[in-house]
Design a protein around this ligand. Structure first.
Ligand code: SF4
Length: 191
């Protein structure tokens, strides 16, 4: 195959998009295969900081059953995990450990800030406080924010779906349906 002629012959000129040749082998289907496997077998690190961690545990137990979505293999070592759910208050004393665990995780890796404490300091954010990091994104990059104090296990599952969507580019699961509240006032019959 003849190489396209370069407009700028300088050896240090950047290559333009038009000058890039099509790959001989199309790797897109193989990459998609790996991405689907990666998204459907997320391994979270066994790691919790405060009350929100109880919700994370609840999401992994029988009623909410995170195993249905492939993310139940909680790893005791950061070196074997690709998702960090920051569930709880990040104290300044704990901050170096959070960063170290994140750095020990192999790439590609994802971070979910679960609960208002991890997002912004939550109820512990007030003037002149000195012990709390006001948002874990001040320490490490966060991919998904799950609000709530605490967020319900369903919200944590939605966070996992958002991570999967980030990996695949599409949502794998159906959108949640709005369930009518049993406390809603019944509609009045027309006269
Ligand atoms: S957001 Fe609420 S439930 Fe979660 S760790 Fe903070 S205080 Fe506890």
């Amino acid at each position: 195959m003849a190489e396209p002629e370069r407009k700028n012959s300088s050896p240090i000129a950047p290559i333009t998009k038009a000058e890039v040749l099509d790959p001989i082998i199309n790797l897109r289907p193989i990459n998609w295969f790996f991405d689907v496997n990666r998204a459907m077998s997320i391994w979270p690190i066994t790691f919790g900081l405060a009350c929100c961690a109880i919700e994370m545990m609840s999401a992994s137990m029988a009623r909410f059953d995170i195993a249905r979505f492939g993310a139940e293999v909680f790893r005791p070592s950061a070196r074997q995990a690709d998702l960090m759910m920051v569930t709880g208050t990040v104290s300044k004393k704990m901050a170096p450990a959070v960063v170290r665990l994140y750095e020990q995780m192999p790439a590609p890796k994802y971070v979910m800030a679960c609960g208002n404490c991890a997002i912004s300091g939550g109820p512990f954010k007030f003037e002149n406080q000195y012990g709390i990091v006001e948002g874990v994104d001040r320490l490490i990059p966060v991919d998904v924010y799950v609000p709530g104090c605490p967020p319900r296990p369903e919200a944590i599952l939605e966070g996992v779906f958002a991570i999967q969507k980030k990996i695949l580019g599409v949502r794998f699961w159906p959108e949640p349906q709005e369930i009518p509240s049993p406390l809603a006032e019944p509609k009045k019959a027309k006269a």
